[in-house]
Design a protein. Structure first.
Length: 192
């Protein structure tokens, strides 16, 4: 079987709480040829998360060893000893199934993926209506401490400056509009 989508990737990036995961789930529901790339991380598993579905959970030492062995397409130490990255074998596994890889990654990870894959990658920045809106979404999650929310908000302010470096920006103010915009971007990319 020939590969109709040779080496294509779709990258959704945003500050925490902007809604990129919701948009990615919508794309997965509507595009059967698209498959989610499970990232690796060194943070503890959260209630309700599943190993190999939400993340591959590694210890800090395991993560560092994989960095040394060049097993990542991209990786970042987001906070001290808090690593996130994309394993090469995960991308290869999805391509071997003749599927398009979709990523739900932070802004730096998204830019690194775009840099590595160029025209084979569609990079979409998901923008929240405001920083106050972002902060409220993080609080509603009830998974964050006040300290982690403050840290994420400081990071979000910086990440907003990178939006223009992405192929497209989707404002997540009205979820139905954001769904329609992201679906059109993906459809156009897959048929180009």
């Amino acid at each position: 079987m020939s590969n109709i989508y040779p080496g294509k990737l779709i990258i959704f990036s945003a500050p925490s709480g902007a809604g990129k995961t919701t948009l990615v789930h919508n794309i997965l529901k509507n595009f059967p040829q698209v498959e989610f790339s499970v990232s690796a991380c060194s943070r503890p598993i959260r209630p309700g998360e599943t190993e190999g579905k939400d993340y591959y959970y590694l210890s800090v030492d395991e993560f560092r060893k994989k960095i040394e062995n060049a097993e990542f397409v991209e990786w970042e130490e987001v906070y001290k000893d808090n690593f996130y990255g994309t394993l090469k074998i995960e991308v290869e596994r999805i391509w071997a199934r003749n599927h398009v890889v979709i990523f739900d990654v932070d802004v730096v990870g998204g830019l690194n993926l775009k840099k590595n894959y160029g025209e084979n990658a569609l990079s979409i920045f998901v923008k929240a209506p405001s920083l106050a809106h972002l902060e409220e979404r993080l609080k509603r999650r009830e998974t964050e401490t006040p300290e982690s929310i403050a840290r994420r908000m400081a990071k979000a302010k910086n990440e907003m400056d990178y939006a223009a470096q992405f192929d497209a920006i989707v404002l997540n103010d009205d979820i139905h509009v954001a769904f329609a915009q992201s679906e059109k971007l993906v459809r156009d990319f897959l048929t180009s």
